[in-house]
Design a protein around this ligand. Structure first.
Ligand code: SAH
Length: 212
């Protein structure tokens, strides 16, 4: 279903500057319409964020592509996602052959996405907790992707990143953020790049925003 719409969306991402073919082919394969609410299905292949309930959103495909590309992953890498939401971003990483761990703080969203992954046989390990603390049991991660906007970069996430790994996180105020990409070159040394002008829902937690 929607093969033509999906192909057109991927072509538009390529035109917008996405170059990593492993990201683009995963996005061509994963059916975004399955991750949105029924009434949103007609909009699933537009390059826009969509509501998923509970005041949260499934990120814009372009944003998913930019963030995934920025991690510069190899198949088999271990990746931690903060903010499972609909599960779409995690499913893209899974499709690319990554070993994916994902944390969702909202219990209703967590239950829903866990059930969805089970039904679709999507092998992503999900847990319900505050992702700003990370997931130390499986650390270090080759990539960490935070899909909610934060006032600062949580220290635990920097610690749980492998040397040579990358962390991508939107940092800013509640309305707009820049994507910060941290490349861990040494235990205490990070190279940082930044892409401005993104808009995410807030990251709420001990090292994020304190409340809505
Ligand atoms: N990656 C998701 C985007 C979901 S929106 C997708 O592909 O659909 C961001 C999600 O982050 C929301 O579901 C929200 O509940 C969750 N979130 C916010 N703060 C969090 C935190 N501290 N830990 C884990 N999840 C968090």
């Amino acid at each position: 279903m929607f093969e033509k719409e999906r192909k057109d969306l991927i072509d538009s991402l390529r035109q917008k500057g996405i170059k990593d073919e492993t990201v683009l082919s995963a996005m061509l394969k994963v059916e975004r319409h399955e991750f949105v609410q029924k009434i949103m299905i007609p909009h699933a292949y537009k390059d826009v964020a969509l509501p998923i309930g509970y005041g949260q959103t499934i990120s814009q495909p372009y944003t998913v592509a930019v963030m995934t590309e920025s991690l510069k992953l190899q198949p088999g890498n271990k990746v931690l996602e903060i903010g499972t939401g609909s599960g779409y971003q995690a499913a893209i990483l899974n499709e690319m052959g990554m070993n994916v761990f994902s944390i969702e703080r909202n219990e209703d969203i967590y239950r829903k996405v866990q059930k969805f992954f089970d039904e679709k046989n999507i092998r992503v390990l999900v847990r319900c907790s505050d992702g700003t603390i990370g997931w130390s049991e499986y650390a270090p991660y080759d990539g960490i992707i935070v899909t909610a906007g934060s006032p600062t970069i949580p220290e635990n996430l920097k610690k749980q990143l492998a040397i040579g790994g990358r962390l991508v996180i939107p940092v800013g105020d509640m309305k707009t953020q820049s994507l910060k990409i941290l490349h861990k070159v040494n235990e205490d040394e990070f190279e940082e790049t930044e892409i401005p002008n993104f808009a995410f829902v807030p990251l709420i937690g001990r090292e994020g925003w304190k409340k809505k």
